[in-house]
Design a protein around this ligand. Structure first.
Ligand code: RTP
Ligand code: MG
Length: 142
């Protein structure tokens, strides 16, 4: 199977807990490779645009407020089955439902402050990667 890419965001709660490295270690141990990364404090417009698909959902306003409450760490991960592998590492959206040993079970406090974001399909991964990175930002394996 060809290498896949996915967009990963370590959300403000996890950045505040100082667990960027602990989360990166899980990506690496699962065979995912960081090929681009940047730390940002998102503007409201950026967060609203990123989550535009959820615009009509009742949690949209709270989600945007949370995503701009502090800096986030944004990365592109590459590997076999990267989208699904990353989703498996994250665990269920609600940390109370997340399997033991997943990032959300171990680091998230609530469905709102749930530590990480990951693309949910190949097509959304391509759109989300392009939202934050130019093609030239992605580093090929040496
Ligand atoms: P994400 O997009 O952040 O990786 O998370 P996800 O696919 O597991 O969840 P999604 O349905 O795409 O929802 C995006 C984010 O919105 C918040 N949310 N809150 N209160 C609620 O019912 C609710 N549902 C979703 C979560 O922070 C979720 O990560
Ligand atoms: Mg989602």
């Amino acid at each position: 199977m060809a290498l896949q890419r996915t967009l990963s965001i370590i959300k403000p709660d996890a950045v505040a807990k100082n667990v960027i490295g602990a989360i990166y270690q899980r990506f690496e141990q699962a065979g995912l490779r960081v090929v681009a990364a940047r730390m940002r404090h998102l503007s409201r417009a950026e967060a609203e645009g990123f989550y535009a698909v959820h615009r009509e959902r009742p949690f949209f306003k709270a989600l945007v407020e949370f995503m701009i409450s502090g800096p986030v760490m944004i990365q592109v991960l590459e590997g076999e089955h990267a989208v699904q592998k990353h989703r498996d590492l994250m665990g269920a959206t609600d940390p109370k439902q997340a399997a033991p040993g997943t990032i959300r079970a171990d680091f998230a406090d609530s469905i709102d402050a749930n530590a990480v974001h990951g693309s949910d399909a190949d097509e959304t991964a391509a759109v989300e990667i392009a939202y934050f990175f130019a093609g030239t930002d992605l580093c090929a394996r040496a």
